[in-house]
Structures are given as structure tokens and as C-alpha cells.
Design a binder for this molecule. Structure first.
Ligand SMILES: Nc1ncnc2c1ncn2[C@@H]1O[C@H](COP(=O)(O)OP(=O)(O)OP(=O)(O)O)[C@@H](O)[C@H]1O
Ligand SMILES: Nc1ccn([C@H]2C[C@H](O)[C@@H](COP(=O)(O)O)O2)c(=O)n1
Ligand SMILES: [Mg+2]
Length: 242
């Protein structure tokens, strides 16, 4: 299900290899820019996506409690997207007692970011197992490290990035009112998550703003009012979404 979809930067040529990666097909190394290259130095993509059926990827970003998960559920229903929440995937790892479970729990409790390799592996596993070509990736990338690792590993960028812009006091109110038993829904962890959001996640949003991909949505208002703004974005993008 992994297919080449769009080249990133100087990664080329397109390389189609569903279900197998270039890692298994050619000697390779990372060049000085951190770009995967074959032995003779030719830049190469790892080859997750093929040209025939190119997935549409929307990264969904915003601070803790800004409404990402709530809106993703509505987008998935209205527009047929598969919703992948990085936070939910990490929480599932904790409850399944995986080898990384304890590290993930400690990281989430501290309001910090789990190493990219762990999170990307979980996202990839889901994308491989789901027959859809429209994905909402909620809460990822959370840092430049996340972003660069994802783009390097997949060789693609998102088509669009939704950014739910919400004042801090509103986010705190929503998180404290969530009552879903999350270990990070307490005032101490929320303060840390807000700092991490400003320090690590905003640079990602700034990066994609410079790339012309960000749709900034005012997240204040009722859930339905916010969704009307989201709906307009997806209506406008209909041509791009197959
Ligand atoms: N527009 C809204 N107005 C009021 N409450 C909202 C709104 N959108 C979401 N909520 C509520 O706020 C809480 C947080 O929403 P949600 O879980 O969607 O946020 P999130 O951005 O996914 O947060 P996190 O990053 O912590 O996962 C939930 O209880 C949700 O029902
Ligand atoms: N890319 C990500 C996404 C999430 N996490 C961790 C740290 C977050 O505070 C926590 C909860 O995520 P949420 O449900 O709020 O999206 O999960 C991460 O480390 N890396
Ligand atoms: Mg969420």
C-alpha cells in the first residue's frame, strides 16, 4: 500500500516498490544532507508510494485541546478520510505492553515528544494495513525532527496542513474538561505540553506556511461552527483529492 506520491526536495528519481523498500534493493548510504542515496551517489527515495494511486495526506496540527481529534472524526465521516491519531497510536502501544510502552508512557506523562522512529513506525503500519488513499495524520509531526524524519523515510510531503489556532486559556479549559482518563490531562502536564507546542510544533507550522500548505482555522466557536470552516477547506481541495 506504500506508494511513491510526491518527491521531496532533491529526492529523485521516482522509484516504485510497493511493500518493499529500497533498503532491501540497493546498497545505500545517507549523504551529507541526510538524503538517502545509492552507492554511486544518486539520490533515491525509499519508495513507499507508487504513481498509480497517490494518497492525499493532510497533517492536522494545533495545541493540546485545540480540537484536532474532534474535527478529524467529522472530516473522516464527511469526506471519507482515514483518521490516524499519533497520540492514540502511542497510547495503544502503552496498553498493549509493547517493548516501548514504558518509555512512551514516561514521555507522554512529561509532555515530551516520543522519538520519531517509534511514531513513524506506528503510522506506517496503519497506512500499510488500510486500503484508503486519503489520510488525516492528527498530531504529527510534532517537531522538526518528526517532520524531517517522516519526509526522509517516506520521500513525501503532506498535500495540506490544517492548523487549529486556539488561545491557551481555551485549550486548558477543554483539556481539563475532557475527562477521558488521559495521564496527560492534568494542569502540570498541560503547561509542559503548551511549552513544547510553542517551542517544537510551531516551527513545523511555520515551515509548511512557507511551503504554502497551511490552512489556519480559528478553533474558537462551537464544534459545528469550526467544522463549517474545515468543510470549506476540503471543498476547496476537492480537485486535489481523488
Ligand atoms: N469547538 C469546541 N468547543 C468546545 N469544546 C470542544 C471543541 N472542540 C473540541 N472540544 C472538546 O475539547 C476537548 C479536546 O478536544 P480534542 O480531543 O478534539 O482536542 P485535541 O486537539 O485532539 O487535543 P490533544 O492534542 O490533547 O489530543 C474534548 O473534550 C472535546 O469534546
Ligand atoms: N507526534 C507525536 C504525537 C504525540 N506524541 C505524544 C506526546 C503528546 O503529548 C501525546 C498525546 O498526543 P495527542 O493525543 O495530544 O495528539 O503523545 C508524540 O510524542 N509525538
Ligand atoms: Mg487528540
Amino acid at each position: 500500500m506504500w506508494r511513491i506520491w510526491r518527491r521531496v526536495g532533491s529526492l529523485s528519481p521516482l522509484f516504485s516498490s510497493p511493500k518493499s523498500s529500497i533498503l532491501r534493493q540497493a546498497p545505500y548510504r545517507l549523504n551529507f544532507l541526510g538524503i538517502l542515496s545509492t552507492e554511486n551517489g544518486t539520490p533515491a527515495t525509499i519508495g513507499f508510494f507508487s504513481k498509480e494511486k497517490t494518497p492525499f495526506i493532510a497533517f492536522v496540527l494545533g495545541g493540546p485541546g485545540s480540537g484536532k481529534g474532534t474535527q478529524c472524526a467529522k472530516i473522516a465521516e464527511a469526506f471519507g478520510f482515514t483518521h490516524l491519531s499519533a497520540g492514540d497510536l502511542l497510547r495503544k502501544e502503552i496498553s498493549s505492553n509493547s517493548e516501548n510502552g514504558a518509555m512512551i508512557l514516561a514521555t507522554i506523562t512529561e509532555g515530551k515528544i516520543v522519538p520519531s522512529g517509534v511514531t513513524i513506525k506506528l503510522i506506517r503500519r496503519e497506512m500499510e494495513s488500510i486500503e484508503n488513499n486519503k489520510f488525516l495524520i492528527d498530531g504529527f509531526p510534532r517537531s522538526e525532527e518528526n517532520r524531517i524524519a517522516f519526509e526522509r523515510i517516506t520521500g513525501v510531503e503532506p498535500n495540506i496542513v490544517l492548523f487549529f489556532d486556539c488561545p491557551e486559556d481555551e485549550m486548558v479549559k477543554r483539556v481539563l474538561g475532557r475527562k477521558q482518563g488521559r495521564v496527560d490531562d492534568n494542569i502540570d502536564t498541560i503547561k509542559k505540553r503548551l511549552k513544547v507546542f510553542a517551542a517544537l510544533n510551531l516551527p513545523v507550522i511555520n515551515h509548511y506556511t512557507r511551503r504554502g500548505k497551511v490552512y489556519k482555522i480559528n478553533a474558537v466557536g462551537t464544534i459545528d461552527e469550526v467544522f463549517e470552516k474545515v468543510r470549506q477547506v476540503f471543498d476547496d481541495c476537492k480537485q486535489m483529492i481523488k
